[in-house]
Design a protein around this ligand. Structure first.
Ligand SMILES: C[S@@+](CC[C@H](N)C(=O)[O-])C[C@H]1O[C@@H](n2cnc3c(N)ncnc32)[C@H](O)[C@@H]1O
Length: 250
């Protein structure tokens, strides 16, 4: 399934009220939103017809989140869906994830684009292929090591895969506190040491299986007062039963 089709279904199934997109470019993915939205990109040139109540910011995601009130455009409401599709370098994606989770609802979802390179060339930090993931694939190993509390689902979309994160904890400081340590541990020079499992998509879930699961109903029905622990408790049973034990928090 193409990544854009998967994201369209996520919008339809989750019915987010507030959507964040980092990396807008031509607006093709932003055009899927039907809710209040915030789009961030230093060089956007929107061609797609947008059908949401959107505020666009012509700046980098780091600059946007260094502002005192990143939730000002939503009137303080946290995001229920974030799509991270900005600069595909590991340390940038990691910062985008830290900032997006901080501004998310515990019953929200973060989708990270282009995390499953099909070759070492696509994963190069120095871009030299049309389809480019950079070293964002490292996020998988980072989250397994440092955030075993999160539900992390690698999705086999085309061309370059996505990562879906649920069971978010906006107050969890682990990634921010260990940022320097994580970057020095995981950032590698080219050619990238991409694990064969990643290139073979050994652990990746078929998109249709995730879309057809009970995850969406469960997240939609979690009340706004549900905290991270409650959402995780709800997620655990459904994810184990329908997607596999290896994807649930340990
Ligand atoms: C893969 S494209 C996004 C495609 C877009 N989602 C679409 O559907 O048309 C990546 C975008 O990230 C933007 N970008 C690069 N560095 C960024 C940064 N530091 N913060 C936010 N966006 C960035 C680029 O300008 C580019 O438009």
């Amino acid at each position: 399934m193409p990544s854009l089709d998967f994201l369209a279904e996520v919008h339809r199934l989750l019915e987010p009220e507030c959507y964040l997109e980092i990396g807008v470019r031509a607006g093709h993915s932003l055009a899927l939103a039907r809710c209040r939205a915030v789009g961030i990109d230093p060089r956007y040139a929107v061609e797609a017809e947008l059908r949401c109540d959107v505020q666009l910011f012509r700046t980098t995601s780091d600059d946007y989140f260094s502002s005192a009130e990143p939730l000002a455009p939503t009137g303080g409401r946290p995001f229920d869906l974030c799509h991270l599709n900005g600069l595909h370098l590991f340390e940038y994606v990691l910062r985008d994830l830290i900032n997006a989770e901080r501004c998310s609802s515990p019953r929200g979802v973060i989708v990270v684009s282009d995390v499953l390179p099909r070759s070492v060339d696509e994963a190069a930090r120095a871009k030299h292929t049309d389809i480019w993931t950079g070293d964002a694939y490292q996020l998988l190993a980072v989250l397994r090591t440092y955030r075993p509390d999160l539900t992390v689902l690698p999705i086999a979309t085309e061309p370059a895969g996505m990562l879906l994160l649920a069971g978010l904890d906006p107050a969890n400081p682990t990634l921010a506190d260990r940022y320097d340590q994580i970057v020095s541990e995981f950032r590698a020079g080219d050619p990238q040491p991409v694990p064969a499992d990643v290139i073979d998509r050994f652990d990746a879930l078929p998109a249709a299986r995730v879309l057809g699961s009970g995850l969406w109903q469960l997240l939609r029905s979690a009340g706004p007062e549900a905290g991270p622990d409650r959402v995780r408790e709800l997620l655990a049973g459904t994810v184990v039963r329908e997607l596999g034990r290896s994807f649930v928090p340990s």
